[in-house]
Ligand binder design. Structure first.
Ligand SMILES: NC(=O)c1ccc[n+]([C@@H]2O[C@H](COP(=O)([O-])OP(=O)(O)OC[C@H]3O[C@@H](n4cnc5c(N)ncnc54)[C@H](O)[C@@H]3O)[C@@H](O)[C@H]2O)c1
Length: 442
């Protein structure tokens, strides 16, 4: 492919895209949102998806601003909702956790009533449902914190991109939980990359290699839908595979630092180790090469195999030096002669999960607008493109992938716990696993 290394255009592109990706969030030049300015109002929040992250995000929202109360909760399952309610009630006084029994909403479709009750909504279900929840929240003029990934399929990406535009037009704040954009070590590294300290990035390697995550085994008397909803990590329509679910963080850093989104991907993947009956149909490893418009190549690896080497970090090579970053708060920039450009001291850094909410509520109070949704959708799309490449074994281009009708998630409002999920097991209890060379997307 034609190599278009143009220092000036690269630098300009990085600068203009940084507003989108949150790179300049600490010094925002943002739109005034006078109609949505809430300088003093008590802000009501609702959480949709009351699991680990939902509970954490509510706690961070309540600590971010003194004048905030949780007024509504929604979850597919009552036991999950009550567990979150109980742990939040132990952490905060009753004027902060002000959720009446009539404002605890359970089941499919519970998101609507909870969203209706709030000014700011926290969308923390598994990602398959995110596009529908986000679309509804924007239609109801709510400010949003939503977790990554923001979709599992291309139909969902399109929905989020559309709603992102509307949110911007309505001057609604949208923060996406790609918290590295709110982490001082990454922001400092990014600032120096922008400054040209390591020259133009020409290649990089990004990793999420670990032992894997929880399994919620099938229980007696569960319908197939309840089983998949509880053991959601292993079903693509709800989860999107771990290349989206976790590795998106590292892929998103690549997009942010390179200053764009890849135009194509090729990859290798499969399931070697994690392939039991409760492991659904996702892969346990993906290795993808992403190519950007200017010829930059990013190699991406993610692995969920117990007993193997853990590695969760990013490295990028520029024309003058290298940058090393990780979510633990380290960033180091070096020249090729080995001399140090910068080593980040993270001792006084604010927890990035907290910082996301600090800036969200500050922005709402000041009548400003943070708009992370477009980048959230495009980084999710990058991971989907990687997944399509490893599942099919073919080269996948951004444009052709975006043009496919790739829809995994049914309309939530049509679902109940007796309905059949979009993927079902065969007579031996196995779910259909993608086969490179046979699985096709276009
Ligand atoms: N940014 C981060 O570092 C980070 C860390 C952890 C999780 N997350 C993200 O947060 C999201 C949730 O992860 P988690 O670990 O909290 O999972 P979890 O399983 O602990 O919680 C998800 C909750 O959503 C509920 N739910 C599922 N479908 C629903 C629906 N349609 N309506 C209402 N509730 C529904 C589930 O019953 C469950 O209680 C995921 O997208 C995950 O990637 C992000």
């Amino acid at each position: 492919m034609e190599q278009k290394k143009n220092n000036l255009s690269r630098r300009n592109f990085v600068k203009s895209s940084s507003l989108l990706t949150g790179g300049l969030l600490l010094a925002p030049t943002l739109l005034k949102a006078s109609s949505w300015q809430y300088e003093t109002k008590k802000l009501k929040i609702a959480v949709i998806g009351c699991g680990g992250r939902g509970t954490g995000a509510v706690s961070q929202a309540l600590k971010a601003d003194n004048n905030v109360e949780l007024v509504a909760m929604a979850d597919a399952f009552e036991d999950r909702l009550e567990k979150a309610y109980s742990s939040l009630s132990k952490m905060f006084p009753t004027d902060k956790i002000n959720v009446k029994p009539s404002h605890k909403f359970v089941g499919f479709g519970s998101y609507k009533k909870a969203i209706d009750a709030a000014d700011v909504v926290i969308l923390t279900t598994p990602p398959g449902f995110r596009p529908q929840h986000f679309e509804y929240a924007v239609s109801q003029d709510k400010h949003v914190f939503m977790e990554k990934p923001v979709a599992t399929d291309i139909a969902g990406i399109k929905k989020v991109l559309e709603a992102a535009k509307k949110a911007k037009a309505k001057k609604l704040n949208v923060v996406v939980g790609l918290q590295r954009h709110y982490q001082a070590s990454y922001l400092e590294a990014y600032k120096r990359i922008q400054n040209g300290d390591i020259g133009n990035i020409v290649s990089g390697q990004v990793y999420w290699n670990s032992g894997g995550v929880w399994v919620r085994p099938r229980e007696e008397n569960q319908t197939e839908m309840e089983y998949q909803m509880r053991n959601w990590y292993y079903f693509n329509w709800i989860c999107g595979d771990h290349i989206l679910e976790q590795h998106i963080h590292n892929i998103d850093v690549a997009n942010w630092f390179v200053g764009g989104y890849p135009i194509k991907a090729t990859g290798i993947g499969g399931r070697e180790v994690r392939k039991g009956k409760d492991h659904g149909h996702i892969f346990d490893h993906h290795v993808v090469e992403f190519e950007y418009e200017d010829g930059t190549i990013i190699s991406s690896q993610c692995r969920h195999q117990p007993g193997t080497k853990n590695r969760v970090n990013e490295t990028f090579q520029g024309t003058k030096g290298t940058v090393y970053t990780n979510g633990g708060g380290s960033s180091i920039l070096k020249r090729y002669d080995g001399t140090n450009i910068y080593t980040h001291d993270n001792e006084n850094d604010i927890n990035p999960y907290q910082q996301e909410h600090n800036l969200l509520f500050k922005s709402i109070r000041n009548g400003e607008v943070i708009s992370n949704a477009e980048n959230g959708a495009k980084s999710t799309m990058t991971a989907i493109m990687g997944r399509m490449a490893t599942y099919s074994g073919k080269e996948i281009t951004w444009d052709k992938a975006m043009a496919t009708y790739h829809k995994l998630v049914p309309d939530e409002d049509t679902l109940n716990f007796d309905s059949m999920p979009p993927v079902i097991r065969d007579e031996y209890g196995n779910y259909p696993v993608p086969i490179p060379g046979q699985t096709k997307f276009y």
